[in-house]
Design a protein around this ligand. Structure first.
Ligand code: FAD
Length: 514
């Protein structure tokens, strides 16, 4: 079967994760007559496009969708596959279902590297596999030169369906918050107190949960837009740039190998924080900051059995069918502050990996996982470089990561470990002696590689509206755009920045049409 690639569009979007989807949605709302094409290297998993895999009810179908997201190369033998949402394993190359690791180039001799560096290739990107935690950034995490940051964050919350109250009925949630607050709230501003985690999720009356993926971000507005096309299994190999302007993309139809040139007045590259700089580099767009300032969020985890809780009897017979969730302690949030520069999330885990005593029968859901993220010491020398002669499994320039943890990073990881121990002690009895600090990259929150700047001073790739300096019509999106050192989960912020970029394109398209 042949597929139709358009000859020309107003806006070509590369990548269908939450950030690419945000461009399609905002443009569909603000410029419904504009022709928009979204090109996605990975396959379509389910309907509607971009559905979160956790919403796929059949376990075999869900597992198949996860496997189809794991890129073109098979998983290396012996690689540990995590099955407990990131709390289960200290393998040096932990890989989450639906993601695939960088096969090589992830560590240079004598450096720490990012052994956990991973990607997803599917309609919806990592947004089909994520946990949906959507905290707002605080203190120095915020981008000080963006006066409308809060407006953009509010819009991102709308597009992702963010709800902080979805698990309000969880029987232990209040108790968890009360204990954390007593230990940690002193001295915090009102918006930084221990709180329910804002989650990109819809909780239905029957207990079912729908996790937001790109399908929610696209929304009916995009799906009903006859001028918007989504093309899966279409790898963009080049952004065509002439005379300082983006003029289109070169796309490879992966099932047939055929190449197409699609002319476009605007090109948005939303291909994740490693592949966005890769595509710019492959296209000859190589500003000094490209690929530099790479950072991820060192992550420490611990598990705790809540002290002195008894399960509410009606919960024991609650619905167990996936994707329904039996709420126990929900997801709680210990926000980042400049004084306590960590982002903490405290999530219910449904089963204890280790009984504390032979006759120990824990109340269901009384085990909670604590995940603490640190902000990295952001440095120009931490970078992704690309190879002129070697290629990755897609035939794109091979990546080589340079990445070191500094003295400051080691100190901040130690401080995070102390903070997580303190939080654990406030909640109950820790399972295990010590928290576990994951190898770099395991956070899956890579940032900085196409960072935004206030001015073009060589330390940034794009302007405050995400347009690449010196290349008219070329925009970048995703976590790579975030310029600050953050500890909080980044997707809400990147979608907010995508909204700003999309509005900028919409204003330019409207000005031309009028
Ligand atoms: P992605 O979602 O990564 O999408 C990029 C897309 O671009 C991919 O589909 C890729 O195939 C495509 N692409 C790449 N190159 C090309 C090319 N050349 N041509 C065409 N297409 C291309 N974040 C949070 O904020 N909160 C969380 O709780 C959270 N939990 C997570 C849990 C897990 C298990 C995982 C895997 C991720 C989690 N994340 C979380 C991270 C979150 O998923 C990402 O931040 C988010 O998906 C980034 O969106 P994006 O659109 O920038 O990129």
């Amino acid at each position: 079967m042949t597929r139709t690639f358009p000859d020309a569009v107003d806006v070509a979007v590369v990548g269908s994760g939450p950030c690419g989807a945000a461009y399609a949605r905002v443009l569909s709302e603000l410029c419904p007559a504009a022709a928009v094409a979204v090109f996605e290297a990975g396959p379509l998993l389910a309907d509607p496009p971009g559905t979160h895999v956790k919403n796929i009810v059949d376990p075999a179908e869900r597992a198949r969708a996860q496997r189809r997201s794991e890129g073109p190369a098979p998983l290396a033998a012996g690689t540990a596959t995590d099955t407990m949402d990131g709390y289960a394993d200290d393998a040096p190359r932990l890989v989450r279902p639906g993601t695939f690791l960088l096969a090589d180039g992830y560590r240079q001799p004598g450096e720490d590297g990012l052994p956990g560096a991973a990607m997803s290739s599917n309609v919806g990107g990592m947004g089909a596999h994520w946990t949906g935690a959507c905290p707002r950034p605080g203190g120095s995490e915020r981008i000080a030169f963006l006066p409308d940051l809060d407006t953009l964050l509010a819009e991102a919350e709308r597009l992702l369906h963010v709800d902080a109250r979805a698990f309000d009925d969880a029987p232990f949630a209040d108790e968890v918050r009360k204990r954390l607050a007593a230990a940690l709230d002193e001295g915090r501003d009102d918006d930084r107190l221990v709180a329910p985690m804002p989650l990109a999720v819809v909780r239905h009356d029957d207990g079912r949960v729908t996790w937001s993926g790109s399908d929610v971000v696209f929304g009916e507005e995009t799906r009903a837009n006859p001028h918007c096309t989504l093309v899966p299994e279409a790898l963009v190999t080049e952004v065509i740039v002439a005379d300082g302007r983006a003029s289109g993309v070169r796309v490879r139809d992966l099932p047939t190998g055929e190449e197409h040139v699609v002319h476009a007045r605007f090109v948005v590259v939303a291909a994740d924080a490693l592949r966005t700089p890769q595509l710019l580099w492959a296209s000859g767009v190589r500003p000094h900051a490209l690929g530099r300032y790479l950072n991820d969020q060192p992550q420490t985890v611990f598990a705790v059995r809540l002290r002195d809780v008894v399960d509410a009897p009606e919960e024991q017979d609650g619905p167990r069918d996936e994707p329904a969730i039996v709420p126990h302690s929900g997801v709680n949030w210990v926000p980042y502050t400049d004084d306590e520069p960590f982002h903490g999330q405290v999530m219910q885990l449904d089963a204890s990996p280790v009984p504390l005593a032979p006759d120990d029968v824990p109340a269901p859901g009384s085990i909670v996982g604590l995940g603490w993220f640190c902000a990295k010491d952001v440095r120009e020398s931490d970078r992704v470089e690309f190879d002129e002669s070697a290629t990755d499994p897609y035939g794109m320039p091979a990546m080589r990561l340079h990445y070191r943890l500094t003295e400051r990073d080691h100190a901040s990881i130690e401080a995070a470990r102390a903070a997580v121990r303190r939080a654990a002690a406030a909640l109950g009895d820790p399972l295990g002696e010590e928290p576990l600090t994951f190898p770099p990259g395991a956070s899956l929150h890579y940032q900085g590689t196409v960072r935004m700047g206030e001015t073009d001073d060589g330390t940034s790739v794009c302007s405050p509206t995400s347009q690449v300096w010196d290349v008219e019509g070329l925009y970048v999106a995703g976590n790579g755009v975030i310029p600050t050192a953050t500890a909080c989960n980044p997707t809400l912020t990147s979608v907010a920045l995508a909204v700003g970029g999309a509005r900028d394109i919409a204003a330019k398209l409207t000005a031309v049409r009028n």
